[in-house]
Design a protein. Structure first.
Length: 460
């Protein structure tokens, strides 16, 4: 049995006992205020029983007929309690007004009546406190409605106690007057409960939550705009959807990261929220033509590089290298290139001139082993000599040579002037690779990693 079910069951037992005591006391004394209080408690027995049944149903997991769960059952139960409160308010108010204009009836006061009311006040205060605490901990609408019922019971009992005291002091008219006051209080409590319940049933957003979520989402880097925030309460949970706009050039991993950041931000605002995040890619005004072409190729899962954009008068020309499997037949590789070119023209306009250079992409994985020490030494010496022929590269280090089924693979690090451009460094490193492969034909691949030279380091 869950905490909600346990509190609801105890509430039923306490309500039954108090209702019987109030009914007996009202019958003995003839007090309308006490009788109306007993009548409300009788309705509370039905209300708390419904609450117990509903909290059990609301905790059931989602199924095919209720994919969002059964939490709305609590709202329905709360609406039923609202109807009971309003009906009781009307009956008590009518009877109270009738007695005000009728011949005053005699009210017998007794220790029993006072004792019943005092015990009722204590029990109601305890029930209200327990229900309120559990309702807050579990965000249960049904328990919150029950707590509101018992808070009205508490006030009613206090008012009835005053009515009996006034009758004992010789003011019997106080009884129907206070009964009307009880009716008004019940009506106000029912109105408050009904407003909250109807808000839940018509999916009204929790107060200010949409605005807080919107502010948190817009503060996350990468979110360009907020398209929509929809949240609603479903029992203890908050369900909803947030739609944001992001740049379509972002990598999938970054998009996933943005959605995770939004989810964490929402959890900080509403820990019980279950919100679906949708990220719509949009074209930004500051996108370059190169970014757009790379994005088009990424959508087709085609690796490209060396994208060159030319402005020939009023015409555009784009050239790029497309990497495909080296074992692929030319007819299939050409079809891939044509598909990419067509996609670029659809995106940038049919008048753009697109030329694609097809080159092989190494897709195989080789088993390798470290080469002999003398081979590594020989390769280090060769790289050092070649670096001396350049004006930019020095300090050859971290040389590693591996033998593979495709040939030797050489990896090395070097240092260069930190102020050189990437293009200039690439030219120098490529020159070393060409000469090394020319001198040692069994080299399959040379990978040179250039590092910026520190100010204190000297060339040599």
């Amino acid at each position: 049995m869950t905490a909600k079910e346990r509190v609801a069951l105890i509430s039923i037992l306490a309500t039954v006992a108090i209702t019987i005591a109030k009914g007996v006391g009202g019958w003995i004394t003839g007090s309308l205020a006490l009788q109306s209080d007993a009548a409300q408690s009788l309705l509370d027995v039905a209300a708390t029983t419904i609450t117990y049944l509903v909290v059990r149903a609301a905790d059931r997991p989602p199924d095919e007929e209720h994919p969002y769960g059964h939490a709305k059952f609590e709202s329905v139960a709360a609406l039923g309690q609202t109807a009971l409160l309003c009906a009781l308010s009307g009956i008590v108010a009518f009877e109270g007004v009738r007695r005000l204009f009728a011949i005053q009836s005699h009210i017998e006061t007794s220790v029993l009546a006072f004792g019943v009311l005092i015990v009722s006040i204590v029990v109601d205060a305890w029930r209200w406190r327990q229900l309120t605490k559990t309702a807050r901990e579990t965000n249960s609408e049904a328990l919150a409605a029950d707590a509101l019922h018992f808070s009205s019971d508490l006030v009613n009992s206090i008012l009835v106690l005053i009515a009996l005291g006034a009758a004992a002091a010789g003011y019997p008219a106080a009884d129907p007057l206070i009964a009307v006051g009880v009716a008004i209080f019940i009506g106000v409590a029912g109105w408050r409960l009904g407003r909250r319940t109807i808000d839940s049933l018509v999916d009204a957003a929790p107060l200010d939550l949409s605005k807080r979520i919107a502010n948190r989402a817009l503060a996350i880097p990468g979110v360009v705009a907020l398209d929509s925030v929809k949240v609603r309460r479903a029992g203890a949970a908050i369900l909803g959807e947030v739609i944001v706009s992001i740049s379509r050039t972002l990598a999938f991993e970054r998009v996933a990261g943005i959605k995770e950041e939004i989810t964490r931000a929402i959890a900080e605002e509403a820990p019980d929220a279950r919100v679906v995040i949708t990220a719509n890619p949009i074209a930004l005004d500051d996108e370059t033509l190169r970014e757009r072409i790379l994005m088009i190729a990424a959508r087709l899962h085609l690796p490209v590089h060396h994208v060159t954009i030319q402005h020939v008068g009023e015409r555009l020309s784009a050239s790029l290298d497309l990497e495909v499997d080296g074992e692929l037949q030319l007819v299939r590789a050409h079809a891939l290139a044509t598909a990419l070119e067509d996609a670029i023209r659809r995106e940038l306009g049919a008048v753009i001139e697109v030329d694609t250079h097809i080159e092989p992409l190494e897709t195989s994985e080789w088993a390798g082993e470290d080469a002999e020490a003398d081979t590594t030494i020989r390769m280090t010496a060769a790289l050092t000599e070649l670096a001396k022929k350049t004006s930019a590269i020095d300090d050859i280090h971290s040389v590693r040579v591996r033998r593979t089924e495709g040939g030797l693979v050489v990896n090395y690090h070097c240092r260069v002037d930190p102020l050189l451009t990437v293009a200039a460094v690439h030219h120098e490193v490529d020159a070393i690779e060409r000469e090394l492969r020319s001198a040692i034909p069994d080299i399959q691949r040379v990978v040179g990693h250039a590092e910026p030279r520190k100010p204190t380091q000297k060339t040599g």
